[in-house]
Design a binder for this molecule. Structure first.
Ligand code: ADP
Ligand code: SF4
Length: 692
């Protein structure tokens, strides 16, 4: 296949100070929940990005000093020379594939409570630490000596980065996460000395750090500056006009500008709240302020859009974090003209949840993400099959489709039997809900890949029972039959059915997705699930003109979405839609004409009138086929069945990412002996023990 000429522009080299990027694909720094705890796993993950064609591959933030740690989050550290080998390993993996290795030096200051190092945090002005967990810690105001010290520590960090082999080193002033940002922002900086007050004074420290870094390593390494163009909080925060004036004061010092929005939740909005290229209005015009190359992000997955932002002069390098996570081989696929093979990010921010839950990064679209070293999985390469035994996959949701896709790529003969006339299972259904259209990409990528595989056949309208399975006689059968929302209110609060009077009108999210005429003007949604579904159903019903009350035992709407950085946006949307929000409420009982709720703290009860109640509590595996097969186990061998596995929501309902992972895992382990659980099934690193 040949590349379309209109994408040639993306493969032009770009000079970045003393180094050259071989093309315009730039993997910006991104967290991954692995950091210093899993260094070989991060190194392998970055190496795969380089292999996939990203000209520049950056680390996540790297703490330069023990006096600013962002515990409990797990990032990287360059506190002293002992940290260098870990980082050098990472740079080495990136260099193996001819990419430039970038490192983001960070000093969080006001953004870290220092729970690990127990040092007093430092900030331009001594305010309470700006963490969203409201940690009961205040920073102290830096004096001149502190500033001199931090400049020295930052310089030492830059020298260590160079020693570790990095080609590009960041001065990080972005996202509101860096002490430099706090110096720049009026609201954090109340200083009256030469580092506070006027714009020039607030920029002084950034200028000094850029100059220090250039002097220390600038002959060999490029120096990048990550900078927030806007905080989206009006005049209380940094706004674009002020940001542009600041850039003007230091425009030519760094070798590269990487522009972002602050905070991170504004920069990495989910597809529910922001489309591709959401930062372009902010990027407009900033390139004119500097002669140095500019990087900008915008969850770009379309090569046309990427080429267009370069052509329009918005950026020189296309910055990507999430698109590079969903498809580490995005540049290579565009280079080779294989656009139909691109695995597009769906903008769900499950990757971000790895950082927020301090667990290794996972991705809904790319099940190998985070498993490159731990399990030896690769996003594009699959081990050849080990037997010729064909496989019957039952159910074509994310788990079944991914199992079939990965088995097919391994070379197995696969048949997919799907009950309905549609592939995709829950992603097909959920992608029709407001704001979730991009989720259909989970299905589309797999369906497209399977269509290319002669060894995978798909059968629609094929709801199978045990007798059908026996007749088909596949030696391996995998049940990926999914799950259904419960109608009885069982979830976290209620482990037995919620007491309900006869005649109460109860709906589940499945009813809503099936689109039947739901009756009732006044709808109560009770959300004991806490991820996105309750909020999405509330949005849908409100847009449909119903009077909606959203209630949950949690203290906020869609509480788990804090981990995907959406919670604030969801609650804001529900408020804007006029939905009445009642948090901290248990559901006591369902009554004709309404429900009884109670305060989770005081137990005080209240009656709420409602024509219908939507229960968003938990899901139940679709288990009929499994149960039937298990009860007829004595017939398996006559039918030629050796193994029946259950994966995804059919085993235990969880996120779409879990289901996709389960599909890949099944395909990877199909010929391995069934795990007995007696040994750890993935690689891990254990801390070096020092002598007492
Ligand atoms: P998961 O998230 O685990 O992939 P989904 O609920 O998204 O689960 O998908 C399950 C799929 O399995 C649905 O498309 C459903 O129609 C299909 N399915 C369920 N039971 C059967 C069955 N007995 N035979 C064939 N297909 C089935
Ligand atoms: Fe994109 Fe979701 Fe994967 Fe993150 S987890 S890269 S948002 S598909």
């Amino acid at each position: 296949m040949t590349r379309d000429k209109r994408f040639d522009i993306l493969f032009e080299p770009v000079d970045i100070g003393p180094v050259v990027a071989r093309n315009r694909f730039y993997q910006v720094p991104h967290c991954n929940g692995m950091g210093y705890r899993d260094p070989s796993a991060v190194a392998a993950m970055r190496g795969v990005k380089a292999e996939g064609g990203w000209a520049v591959v950056c680390t996540e933030q790297v703490e330069i000093h023990y006096s600013s740690d962002i515990t409990p989050f797990i990032e990287l550290r360059l506190w002293d020379d002992r940290d260098i080998p870990m980082l050098a390993g990472m740079a080495g993996k990136i260099h193996e594939h001819g990419s430039l290795a970038g490192l983001e030096l960070a000093y969080n200051g006001l953004n870290g409570p220092n729970f690990y190092g127990r040092e007093v945090p430092m900030a331009p002005t001594g305010f309470p630490v700006a963490t969203f967990t409201y940690d009961p810690v205040q920073a102290r105001t830096m004096d001149k000596e502190d500033i001199r010290n931090i400049r020295r520590w930052h310089r030492a960090g830059a020298l260590r980065a160079k020693k570790a082999g990095f080609d590009l080193v960041y001065v990080y002033a972005g996202h509101g996460l860096s002490f430099i940002h706090h110096f720049l922002a009026r609201r954090f900086n109340h200083r009256t000395d030469e580092y506070g007050g006027s714009l020039e004074n607030r920029v002084r420290l950034l200028k000094e750090l850029l100059t220090d870094t250039k002097e220390a390593i600038g002959d060999d390494c490029a120096v990048a500056c990550r900078f927030s163009l806007d905080e989206l909080m009006g005049e209380r925060g940094l706004e674009k006009a002020e940001a542009e004036d600041m850039i003007g004061l230091v425009a030519e010092i760094p070798d590269l500008w990487d522009f972002v929005l602050a905070g991170w939740e504004n920069d990495s909005r989910t597809s529910r709240f922001c489309g591709e290229g959401g930062q372009e209005d902010y990027l407009a015009g900033v390139k004119a302020l500097t002669s140095k190359p500019v990087v900008g992000v915008g969850r770009y997955t379309s090569p046309d859009r990427m080429a267009s932002i370069v052509r329009k002069g918005l950026v020189d390098l296309v910055g990507c974090a999430r698109p590079s996570i969903a498809d580490p081989f995005l540049p290579e696929k565009i280079r080779e003209g294989r656009l139909e093979d691109v695995r597009e990010c769906i903008g769900c921010n499950i990757c971000v949840s790895g950082d927020f839950t301090m667990s290794p990064i996972r991705c809904t679209q790319n099940p190998s993400m985070g498993e490159e070293w731990r399990k030896g999985w690769h996003p594009e390469r699959y081990r050849p099959k080990e037997t010729d035994k064909p496989v019957l996959v039952i159910g074509a949701g994310p788990a079944g489709l991914e199992a079939a896709h990965a088995l097919g790529k391994r070379g197995y003969e696969v048949a997919i039997a799907e009950k309905t006339t549609e592939l995709g299972g829950r992603v097909a259904r959920e992608s029709r809900l407001p704001g979730l259209a991009a989720w259909a990409r989970v299905r589309d990528y797999r369906v497209q890949q399977i269509a290319k595989l002669a060894n995978v056949e798909t059968y629609f309208d094929s709801g199978l029972d045990a007798s059908n399975v026996f007749e088909l006689g596949y030696p391996r059968v995998v049940l990926a039959t999914g799950a259904e929302w419960r109608r009885d209110g069982v979830g976290r609060c209620w482990l037995a059915p919620v007491p309900a009077e006869d005649g109460v009108r109860v709906y589940t999210p499945d009813d809503i997705m099936d689109g039947g005429a739901q009756e009732g003007e006044r709808i109560l949604i009770w959300d004991d699930d806490h991820y996105y579904m309750g909020g999405v159903v509330a949005e849908l019903m409100a847009r449909d003109g119903r009077k909606v009350v959203y209630s949950t035992p949690a203290v906020e709407v869609s509480a788990w979405t804090r981990n995907t950085m959406e919670q604030h946006f969801i609650q804001e949307r529900l408020i804007d839609l006029g939905i009445e929000i009642r948090c901290c409420r248990n559901l006591e009982s369902l009554e004709a004409g309404g429900a009884e709720l109670s305060c989770v703290y005081s137990g005080r009860k209240e009656r709420l009138a409602a024509d219908a109640v939507v229960l968003v509590t938990s899901r139940q595996p679709v288990a009929a086929l499994r149960t039937e097969l298990e009860s007829r186990k004595d017939e398996w061998s006559a039918a030629g069945i050796e193994d029946v596995a259950v994966i995804g929501d059919a085993l235990a309902p969880a996120t779409i990412a879990h289901a996709v992972y389960a599909g890949r895992r099944y395909a990877e382990e199909i010929d391995a002996p069934r795990t007995t659980g007696d040994s750890v099934p993935f690689r891990r690193e254990i801390a070096e023990l020092l002598a007492d």
